[in-house]
Design a protein around this ligand. Structure first.
Ligand code: PLP
Length: 399
């Protein structure tokens, strides 16, 4: 089945409101089947996981299906899929568990390009045990983060490197696979922020070399929750703080309290939705995901190039998304008009293109954009050529 933008758009009831959405990097719209799956889970009898009542069995099955779906989405093991409230919460939790294995003088490496959710938890965790923090810098002229930038911060005391697979601010996709080789060469662990990346690219955490891969279903047409995927063998080595009577098995011991079962059901539906965008119905869900992401990537990149061509017509616009490999997410500023003002004026035209540092605060400052950041336009499978026209016409009327 070929990718059809019209068919995709018809699956999203929120598009009936008429806005042109360039705000997907902040949270994508959800197709009706995802909303229905959340509703259906809540409207049916669910309870705690068990094997006696219908409600208990259903709950157990929802969890089983969600772990399977997430594992298939990223090429992981369902026994290593942890669900949580958000990527931020999961990263804080795992950073505390990992810190128990560190010693004073150990080194933790974070990147200037990352969202703060893959920086701050590591700084706190390092501080709690007297570990030293080193920073990977990126090139503010090209927005590239290279293997050499990472290598410059590695030593024989490195215990963990935290880096993004794609920047939510400028879209840069660092060479994670090559970074992983260097990190593993030292016996250190690699924690990859896949929140922005997973919305745009087929993920294979084994191929990528991520020891931990964190993402958020609400960025890829799912509900508001987070998921962390790691090898169950690695998770077995960690001892997160937990309640005494709660399960001590992996991955359950990382999920504090009762999980949001309805959001797990919604996550499964989101993965199924993505798998249904392209590819043969006869192939496995993982193979259909591969085919969908290839088709989606081509479609989104086509629209991205149209926007770039349009922005290039304006001498007053500076675009910061310049890395060779990047997602269809563009950050720009307009000479003489505050980014918040540009965004507000686009908003008046029913065009959603927010302005901020988008919590990639270090990156925004490094780019010389301070805490204000810039205007971000991000594409999603439901973006259309008409949306792009509206954006470019809207900008033309503002500048
Ligand atoms: C790249 C990136 N990392 C991390 C996060 C934080 O995700 P969550 O809201 O699930 O904590 C975001 C959210 O915007 C993001 O874009």
């Amino acid at each position: 089945m070929p990718f059809s933008a019209d068919a995709v758009r018809s699956a999203f009831p929120a598009l009936d409101e008429g806005a042109a959405h360039f705000d997907a990097p902040g949270g994508s719209l959800v197709p009706a089947i995802v909303a229905d799956a959340v509703r259906d889970a809540l409207a049916s009898a669910i309870n705690q996981r068990g094997t006696f009542t219908i409600a208990d069995c259903r709950t157990l099955e929802i969890v089983r299906q969600a772990r399977l779906a997430m594992a298939e989405l990223v090429g992981g093991d369902p026994r290593g899929v942890i669900f949580g409230r958000s990527m931020t919460q999961l990263t804080f939790d795992v950073s505390r568990a990992l810190a128990k294995t560190w010693e004073p003088g150990d080194e933790i490496v974070v990147s200037r390009l990352d969202h703060d959710a893959n920086i701050r938890p590591w700084l706190y965790a390092a501080e709690s045990v007297g570990a030293h923090v080193r920073w990977i810098e990126f090139d503010s002229a090209t927005s590239e983060l290279t293997v050499a930038d990472v290598e410059a911060q590695l030593t024989d005391r490195t215990r963990l490197v935290a880096v993004t697979a794609a920047s939510n601010l400028v879209g840069t996709r660092p060479p994670v696979k090559q970074i992983a080789e260097k990190v593993h060469g030292l016996g250190a662990l690699l924690y990859v922020d896949g929140v922005h990346y997973t919305a745009h690219a087929f993920v294979d955490i084994g191929e990528m070399g991520a020891d931990f891969f964190a993402c958020s279903p609400y960025k890829f047409c799912g509900p508001h929750c987070g998921a962390l995927v790691a090898s169950p063998v690695l998770l077995e080595t960690l001892e997160p703080d937990k309640l005494l009577p709660s399960a001590n098995s992996v991955p359950e011991r990382f999920e504090l309290g009762t999980p949001a079962f309805e959001l797990m059901a919604g996550t499964t539906a989101a993965v199924d939705f993505l798998a249904g965008l392209s590819g043969s119905v006869e192939s496995s869900r993982r193979e259909r995901l591969r085919s969908s992401f290839a088709a989606m990537g081509e479609y989104e990149d086509g629209l991205r190039r149209e926007i770039e061509a349009g922005l290039a017509d304006h001498t007053k616009i500076t675009v910061y998304s310049r890395a060779r490999l990047r997602t269809p997410t563009l950050l720009f500023t307009v000479d003489g008009i505050e980014s918040a003002e540009v965004s507000a004026r686009l908003g008046e035209l029913n065009i959603n293109a927010p302005a901020s540092n988008f919590y990639a605060l270090e990156a925004s400052r490094h780019l010389g954009l301070g805490d204000a950041g810039g205007v971000r336009v991000g594409l999603a499978p439901y973006s259309s050529a008409r949306d792009v026209d509206r954006l470019l016409e809207g900008l033309g009327s503002i500048i």
